[in-house]
Design a protein around this ligand. Structure first.
Ligand code: NDP
Ligand code: 8X3
Length: 254
């Protein structure tokens, strides 16, 4: 029950989905949270008298080049020692084949999922190494491992997240700092609404006639990893709904 007490978690993308669930889970378990995202009103919605002095919110766009330095500079002393980095802010835009996509969508995914994640890691990791304490949890995706039509740049950004995480882990050998890349499959959050630019029917169809993961399911897995003993690192954690699996190879016989 005391896994979060005395720990401070920085959560990117805390305004929705996995990030909001993670922020609430850590706060409910007695930890401190620095909650970030672009939508201020959603950050304010995390406020609760139960954790008034354990929550610090800061509006942050991870596509801004200096967002990491700005974030560290804004932190009150009580939130300065980050123990858990839930590096989660990310998005998918579109599901069209590469030859039909909008280049601006690709650039936004790369700026957020790749550059944003790298920026926040670059800002937070030195403190973890210096304090000899910390756990970086990167939110990757099954899309890093399993190609699918329309996954083009989104899946490639998540492949970056995976290799980045594994490379960090190899460099951190000799320190107690942990790195885990979490790779969820279909989970019903605002993800598909964002992917399909607010098309509710198209987003709902992704989860029709199956039981997707919920954000709580995903955070159950994260909590389980965070509860493990100090000498054990989970490198990669891929999870899917039972009603999701891989397709075989495709062959064109036309
Ligand atoms: P949501 O759309 O519900 O949440 C995405 C979060 O990312 C929001 O809080 C959003 O906040 C934040 N975000 C997006 N762009 C930026 C930005 N430029 N700066 C700061 N924050 C940003 O989706 P999920 O919770 O599902 O997604 C979270 C992560 O999980 C993503 O990395 C996604 O790729 C990954 N994922 C999702 C899966 C799913 O099926 N749902 C499966 C596998 C991985 P705001 O808009 O307020 O800035
Ligand atoms: C989100 C899961 O299958 O839509 O990363 O790519 S999927």
């Amino acid at each position: 029950q005391d896994w979060a007490i005395g720990r401070t978690a920085l959560v990117t993308g805390a305004t929705s989905g996995f990030g909001a669930a993670m922020a609430r889970r850590v706060l409910a378990a007695g930890g401190k949270v620095i909650a970030t995202g672009r939508r201020k009103e959603r950050l304010e919605a995390l406020n609760d008298p139960r954790w008034a002095d354990r929550l610090f919110t800061v509006a942050l766009d991870v596509t801004e080049p200096d967002c990491g330095a700005k974030l560290l500079a804004a932190l009150p002393e009580a939130f300065g020692a980050i123990d858990i980095l839930f590096n989660n802010a990310g998005l998918s835009l579109g599901l069209e084949p590469a030859y039909k996509t909008n280049l601006a969508d690709w650039e936004q995914m790369i700026a957020t999922n790749v550059s944003g994640m790298a920026r926040i890691t670059h800002a937070v990791l030195p403190g973890m190494v210096e304090r000899r304490a910390g756990h970086v949890i990167m939110v990757g995706s099954v899309a890093a491992n399993w190609p699918y039509p329309g996954g083009n740049v989104y899946g490639a950004t998540k492949a970056f997240v995976k290799q980045f995480s594994l490379n960090l882990r190899s460099e951190l050998l000799g320190t107690p700092v942990k790195v885990t890349v979490l790779e969820p499959g279909a989970c019903e959050t605002e993800f598909s609404m964002v992917r399909f630019a607010g098309d509710e029917a198209r987003a709902a169809a992704v989860y029709a006639d199956m039981k997707p993961l919920s954000a709580e399911d995903v955070i159950d897995s994260v909590e389980a990893v965070l509860r493990l003993p100090a000498h054990l690192n989970v490198n990669v954690l891929e999870i899917m709904p039972v009603q999701q699996a891989f397709a075989g190879f495709a062959i064109d016989r036309s």
